[in-house]
Design a protein around this ligand. Structure first.
Ligand SMILES: [Zn+2]
Length: 254
């Protein structure tokens, strides 16, 4: 069996990393188990203390620990449901953190399962802090606090022929914050700017604010929350890209 490589560089994955950082677990009022479903895998629940041997010690103790320190003053308050203004820099930090966590979560998939994040995306995040590839990230407020992760892998037929795009949609709940990371890979002959991939028609701006790419300063939280007693459930948000043929479509670029 070959040794696992670090998700973010070329070293051997020799270090155990907390998938959910300790500082976050300490801020959550109750230590309920994490609920998770990745790709074609089953629903699983596990303790928030879960560690993955998916990174090297240089990454773990270096840029990854710096990223946690950097995001703490922003993610800390909002996951505890405090209202704050998020400027563009704050949004970039939250986006980097969400992107890193989505890549780490994918690293917890069984080896036989397909990986969607292109292999260069982790190293680019490490070396330059860049979120590369065709990636968009949103945040919303969960009315219930918890830890939850779901990654859905999607495939879009682009023109009825052999051309298709693949995307992975990672929806995470961290305390009161819902993150959604959408990362898509288009065939090289397609201009990604012109491709429209479908999305359920809904007033998403009421519940989700786009933080990557960031475009405007806003005050957290968005006008409407996500949860069992709210207009939109977490399932509905997580599944918003799973469009059936009859559903209305809208351009992805907003
Ligand atoms: Zn590394």
């Amino acid at each position: 069996m070959t040794k696992r490589k670090c998700l973010f560089c070329n070293e051997d994955a020799n270090s155990k990393e907390h998938v959910w950082p300790q500082w976050i677990l300490k801020l959550l009022p109750s230590r309920r188990p994490v609920r998770q479903r990745l790709g074609t895998g089953k629903d699983v629940t596990y303790s928030g203390d879960f560690k993955l041997k998916g990174v090297c010690s240089t990454c773990n103790n270096g840029w990854m620990s710096e990223l946690e320190a950097e995001v703490k003053s922003i993610l800390g308050p909002i996951l505890q449901d405090l209202s704050i203004q998020l400027d563009l820099e704050d949004q970039k930090k939250l986006a980097r953190w969400a992107f890193k966590t989505a890549i780490v979560l994918e690293g917890t998939k069984e080896r036989s399962m397909k990986r969607y994040f292109a292999s260069g995306l982790g190293p680019a995040l490490k070396t330059s802090g860049d979120i590369q590839g065709w990636t968009m990230i949103w945040i919303g407020r969960s009315s219930e606090s918890g830890l939850y992760a779901r990654a859905a892998d999607l495939r879009y037929d682009l023109d009825g022929q052999n051309s298709s795009a693949e995307a992975t949609v990672t929806t995470m709940v961290v305390g009161h914050v819902v993150f959604q990371v959408v990362s898509a890979v288009f065939p090289p002959e397609k201009d990604a700017e012109l491709v429209r991939i479908p999305l359920y028609a809904e007033d998403w701006e009421q519940v989700l604010a786009k933080i990557w790419p960031p475009s405007r300063v806003f005050t957290w939280p968005p006008p409407q929350s996500i949860g069992p007693g709210d207009r939109l459930s977490l399932e509905r948000v997580a599944d918003r890209w799973k469009v059936l043929p009859e559903a209305q479509t809208s351009p992805l670029a907003d």
